[in-house]
Write a protein that binds this ligand. Sequence first.
Ligand code: NAD
Length: 357
Amino acid sequence: MELFAIRPEIRFGPDALAALEELAGRRVLIVTDEFLARKSGLLEGVKERLKSCEISVFDQVKPDPSLRLVAQGVHALRAFGPDIVLAFGGGSPMDCAKAMRHFAGGNPPPELWCIPTTAGTGSEVTSFAVLTDADAGVKYPLVDDALLPDCAVLDASLLAGVPPAVTADTGMDVLTHAAEGCVARKATPFSDAMGEKAFSIAWRSLSHAHAGDNAAKGEMLLASCLAGISFNAAGLGICHALAHALGGRYHIPHGRLNAMLLPHVIAFNSADKGAADKYARLSGLCGLAKNPRALIGGVKRLRAGLGMPEKLTACGVEGQTLLADLDSIAQAALADVCAPGNPRPATQEDLKAILKE
Ligand code: NAD
């Protein structure tokens, strides 16, 4: 027997932030980053909707949240004792808030609401929280249904000021979630429906979003959430396993790593007939020839159009450094929770070959 469930309620559409008015009179801990809290002006719009609430703001989140940061956050959460933890930001604040609530305990724990301000991770609908052990240089996802948010609020107006480089990085994360989820071992017709829809929306919208089109940014926000629902059910694969291992070591944005790896992973996985058929289908949905090679070409062209690098050396990683780190990165990727979801089993040597490319 198989199961497909969508847990968080999703509020979306124009003025979705109005959903926050349901929280009237509650104690709300907002978890966000410094840019969003102090420079973007966006947090004011959220506070405006929470006028009757007692609010505390934890705005110390940094990209790729560390275990130490989560421990600080747990302290802040316990000190304030909120009814609601409200994550406001990209994947980093959302994952930090998920982990904070999880480790702070409490019976019952506070509700978790997520408001994504990037179109990328889909963290608002997943049981994943990706954390970094900064001392060990390792980044890994925690996966537990207890991490699932209670409510996701998708308000596209929040994305208007996202700069092109962040739109590109996060958008390629969406495309990778959709592609990896569709070929993953636990994919089902339900997860495929979400993943294929996410892939085709992202394919036609990402370049426009990158050029600053706000309607396209809204489409990317929907695609991000659909891809999140898909991979949360289906799992991911070695593209994410390698991106986590590389991200923990070199601190390159997660989506940028996925964009670099995806064509190589499609080529590797296409030796599996089931995966090759799924890639061919995705390729056809995007108006390309129905085969994996056409999809690889399309992903490379899209990536180049977004001005994204194709090699780690273009991100400041010296070739010699990578060669020296090759074994430990491949080992970390093999141990990553995403690796077993890959449709074609990969050995450490396979992963090293991909890294060398
Ligand atoms: P992020 O949250 O780290 O944010 C990147 C940058 O964008 C930050 O500087 C932030 O201040 C800025 N930003 C955010 N919203 C903005 C806005 N509206 N306007 C202008 N600037 C804005 O980036 P991300 O890509 O959303 O998240 C990456 C993290 O999420 C990584 O740690 C990654 O591993 C993790 N992740 C989690 C999941 C999951 O399911 N939980 C899935 C994929 C990735």
